[in-house]
Design a protein around this ligand. Structure first.
Ligand SMILES: Nc1ncnc2c1ncn2[C@@H]1O[C@H](COP(=O)(O)OP(=O)(O)OP(=O)(O)O)[C@@H](O)[C@H]1O
Length: 313
């Protein structure tokens, strides 16, 4: 039985279509990475799961329950880390955790949860009004863990966390998953989900453009290369040069870095990149290539002119 089952859901805000016939299912015990650039529809999807908003058409089920009719039971069994969660400025961190425990009728030890997310007892004794972004994120994560939820919904969980905090969060996600929790993890940064997720779905403009394991996504890509081209100088008409390289068939992104251009492209486009650059009156002094990073892959999926569909085929 899937923990999350979204079938053919469309969500419109006035004339804006946030989700366009989205179907997605997450099996019990899976860690699912839900990826997409800003505005793709990730938060809208999460809000539908919790009945904070309702679909224009289509059906949403969580734990095989109806997201609208059974929303109380669903929320009771779910731990939520919303994006930009608001804290009560006058309550201490510990009081937030106590409140979450009380609301869920759970019997967790607040100090254990606080320690688990790496918040010091001193910090937990302070009013949340003075918390840094990272502290606020850790505290909200602690409240999401209350009551050993069957499902953890984490919206951009590494926001504001330093590398240690992000690592701790990944460890806890794995521990929770080993305990049996399903995890639905949204992010616009692929690097943060690849280390923990069993499966990844990529959303663009309200449409799931691909869904696979990280390895599967890698295999489905044509041989992608990251090419670094170092020029003798920046071309006079650098904007036109960038546009010309971007327009080459097989190039998915171009980033200028001083006198160098970093080009994510298919292997077959490499020579053409060098030719096109030299048409702008500059000399290629050096170039090197390395295997494409997953980040390039994500960029190829989410910024390709055809919405990445070509890459998927
Ligand atoms: N209440 C609303 N009223 C009108 N349009 C909305 C509303 N909420 C979201 N949208 C639109 O729906 C689309 C999807 O937004 P959503 O917040 O779900 O994206 P997201 O993937 O979560 O983005 P981000 O990574 O920036 O949080 C966007 O075009 C957004 O402008």
């Amino acid at each position: 039985m899937p923990s999350i089952d979204i079938s053919n859901v469309t969500k419109r805000y006035g004339t804006e279509t946030a989700l366009d016939g989205l179907s997605l299912s997450v099996e019990r015990g899976e860690i699912y990475g839900f990826l997409g650039p800003n505005g793709a529809g990730k938060s809208t999807t999460i809000n539908l799961l919790l009945d904070f908003i309702r679909p224009t058409t289509g059906e949403v089920r969580v734990f095989d329950l109806d997201a609208q009719a059974d929303s109380l039971e669903i929320r009771q069994r779910t731990g939520i880390l919303p994006e930009g969660a608001e804290l009560y400025e006058r309550l201490t961190g510990r009081q937030h955790v106590e409140f979450a425990i009380e609301s869920k009728g759970a019997d967790d030890d607040p100090d254990e949860l606080i320690e688990r997310v790496g918040l010091s007892p001193d910090a937990a004794a302070k009013k949340a009004g003075g918390y840094s972004k990272g502290m606020a994120q850790r505290l909200t994560f602690a409240t999401a863990l209350v009551g050993e939820p069957d499902l953890l919904i984490l919206d951009e969980p590494s926001t504001g966390l330093d590398p240690n905090g992000a690592r701790r969060m990944r460890e806890i996600i794995r521990e929770e998953n080993e305990r049996g929790a399903t995890v639905f993890f949204s992010s616009h940064v692929l690097g943060q989900v690849e280390a923990v997720c069993d499966r990844v779905g990529i959303l663009r403009d309200g449409d799931l453009i691909t869904e696979d394991t990280v390895e599967g996504l890698r295999d489905s890509m044509p041989d992608q290369t990251r090419l670094r081209v170092t020029l003798d100088r920046i071309p006079d008409d650098s904007d036109a040069a960038l546009a010309a390289v971007e327009a080459i068939d097989g190039v998915s992104s171009v980033t200028p870095e001083g006198r160098s251009l970093v080009v994510a492209c298919e292997d077959r486009a490499k020579t053409e990149v060098l030719h096109v650059v030299e048409e702008y009156g500059v000399t290629v002094e050096d170039f090197e290539t390395d295997e494409s990073s997953l980040e390039d892959l994500f960029v190829a999926y989410t910024t390709g002119a055809d919405g990445g569909r070509e890459v998927v085929r």
